[in-house]
Design a protein. Sequence first.
Length: 336
Amino acid sequence: MSNSPSPPPGSQDDDTLAAALATQPVSGPEGPRLALKVDVDTYRGTRDGVPRLMEALQRHGAGATFLFSLGPDHTGRAIRRAFRPGFARKVQRSSVLSHYGLTTLLYGTLLPGPDIGRRCEAQLRAVRDAGFEVGVHTWDHVRWQDGVAGASEAWTRHEMEAACNRFADIFKEAPRVHGAAGWQMNRHAWRLTQRLGFDYCSDTRGTHPFVPLYEAEIMGCPQLPTTLPTLDELIGLDGLGPENVADHLLRLTARAPPTGHVYTLHAELEGGRLAPVFDALLAGWKAQGWTLVSLRDYFDTLSARDLPRHEVAMAAVPGRSGTLALQGGEFLAQFA
Ligand SMILES: [Zn+2]
């Protein structure tokens, strides 16, 4: 938090970009790659949204990575965020109630929060068995999103280990990929991405894959940042709504950077009322020549040893309240 935040995606200076392009061959014979990362935040999203998304992805022949919330659904407790600046505006803009449903908004307040990993064990395994990559989003989404910024090492380790242990229980293997809830991280979480043995993580927003440094400390686990805005960030801003948001995103992907793209979608949105938008996106991306893949297939096209090192810092992005983990400038590039 101490140093200046990174430039937002798209405003990177030419030198950094040139260096990144020189070391980042993502385009293979199948054309440029766009990785689809599905964040699954709630019980309802897991139960209803995930099967709908699998059907859409299979219909379009697209790969994807599903990142699960594996513990209790305490979505209702997010109501505390209503007292933060910016949140009320976002609720109004993106009509939270219509996407999440009243029951979900009461979990952890008036209703006990259902244990997603226990209740949806069969559904989770069905995702893996259908050939999609699966990984860890979080243990308790609301607890992580609201608590991790100032949390201790013990708190952070407890949350990440609880999610990993539940994942191993369900899938009989350790998770290889982590994508932090709400793009919220702290120093301990960065270190744990390395210690918990993930092959790569997608905890950040940025422009291209990199090895992260947090306050000059190298974290050994590569980051595959989300490079495009999410639907909930776009809808309600600049005249964008469900009817034209797909066209807007497709304009952003019309020219393919050699490092490809990572798009984050939500089981509660693209797997719910915004399903037609997702359908239009998948069709549009295929028409633009993108190969739609999981984070694993995206990562496998990279030369992990040659990834540039970039600082990470917490900073704001348009359309989202608070700060999140952002890819910063290239670190000591002149000595590399
Ligand atoms: Zn999430």
